[in-house]
Ligand binder design. Structure first.
Ligand code: SF4
Length: 388
């Protein structure tokens, strides 16, 4: 990763702006950062367009936040490009249109690229604990400055997804899934996914974070939670400090977010709020606790037992969408009182007879119950397979 050109003197500073809509909030927060070092530099704006979703749903970054960032960096003389690489099963051209980002980029004649087109470049992680190498989108090393622009969300597997976790979207195509397929590390209690995200942060942390809290997401994030309007943007040249302030506003202690805690302990950034300058001084008034992600999906959907072992976001989204739309219908049609058991992910050694096995990762168990193929599977296929 190239050196951070922004003022990164200690203690780090975090700037919050709220109440004036996504464009003005972003401009106001960015006005506190000296962007002049970006003059003539290639700047990549990396929003979260991981799913095909409309603005103001809490699923993707608000296009007006990215618009304000394009304008601010261009005013400073930077050469700006916008790009993302989505989760498995999402077509980025469609997601760019649905998200409103294509219209924003076209109106500014700003390049909006699909980072999955070119072949990956290898990314070595010399001090990686869970991973030693990954496949990186080839465009990434060609930029001087990377700006992470996540939408503020709770996440069922990682607690939150903010500017540090958003960098996982720089991994090439389906290789993102590799981080969900790791085996537990001997002697470690942390999930290998969390360790791997911390590993990634040691070699690929953004230079600047712009966290979009225009409409955030709480509960069943990252794909099926509830929109939470905050009309807020948070900016910092220390992405860990920005994420830490965002966590506090969400009612979450950063030390309870394993990937942020582990990466900060490895010297990647500052998460201790006592060592961070936050503006405005009354920012604590912004605290608005989020509904946490459920520890067990079965609690959210009574009558179902969900066995999730080493699945990725794509299968979780499919399952959550399915349960949200069809859980009652399925329960009514199934006549006995036993829980309907559903499995996702490749980490299951054995499954109870009759399990609804969703996704190709569960294929080895297909003879023990009902198997819905796909990677990711299609939500509407699940009912069809169940009653065929
Ligand atoms: S089958 Fe599901 S969990 Fe497995 S890689 Fe595909 S989308 Fe991810």
């Amino acid at each position: 990763m190239k050196d951070n050109p922004f003022d990164n003197t200690s203690p780090p500073s975090v700037f919050c702006a709220s109440g004036n809509g996504p464009y003005e909030n972003t401009k106001a927060a960015l006005a506190n950062i000296d962007l002049s070092p970006t003059k003539g530099k290639r700047v990549l704006l990396k929003p979260n367009i991981g799913r095909n979703a409309a603005p103001k749903t809490g699923i993707i970054t608000d296009p007006d936040v990215t618009a304000a960032a394009i304008d601010a960096f261009r005013d400073a003389g930077a050469v700006v490009t916008v790009a993302d690489s989505p989760i498995t099963g999402v077509k980025i051209e469609e997601a760019y249109v649905t998200s409103g980002l294509k219209a924003i980029a076209d109106s500014r004649n700003c390049p909006l690229i699909d980072m999955d087109i070119r072949k990956y470049v290898p990314l070595d992680i010399p001090n990686g604990q869970a991973i030693k190498a990954l496949k990186l989108c080839a465009d990434i090393p060609e930029f001087d400055i990377i700006v992470s622009i996540p939408v503020m969300k709770t996440h069922m597997h990682t607690g939150v997804t903010l500017s540090v976790k958003n960098m996982k979207g720089c991994l090439w195509r389906r290789s993102k899934v590799d981080l969900h397929m790791l085996q537990p590390l001997p002697g470690r209690t942390e999930k290998p996914l969390d360790i791997a995200i911390a590993d990634l942060a040691t070699v690929l942390a953004p230079h600047l974070a712009i966290i979009d809290g225009t409409v955030a997401m709480e509960g069943l994030g990252p794909g099926a939670g509830k929109p939470k309007p905050l009309d807020l943007v948070i900016v910092s040249a220390d992405p860990f400090a920005a994420d830490s302030v965002a966590c506090k506003i969400m009612g979450i202690e950063t030390i309870d977010v394993p990937h942020l805690k582990m990466a900060a302990e490895r010297g990647c950034g500052t998460i201790d709020l006592d060592k961070i300058n936050v503006s405005p001084h009354d920012w604590h008034n912004l605290i608005d606790p989020f509904e946490p992600p459920p520890v067990k999906l079965s609690l959210e959907f009574p009558g179902f037992t969900v066995l999730d072992n080493q699945s990725c976001s794509a299968c979780q989204s499919t399952l959550l969408l399915f349960l949200k739309s069809h859980a009652d219908e399925l329960r009514e049609k199934v006549k006995d009182n036993k829980d309907i058991v559903i499995a996702i992910g490749k980490g299951h050694d054995e499954l109870p007879p009759g399990t609804l096995c969703i996704g190709n990762c569960t294929a080895k168990h297909k003879d023990c119950g009902i198997f819905v193929p796909g990677c990711p599977p299609v939500s509407s296929e699940i009912l069809r397979e169940y009653f065929k």
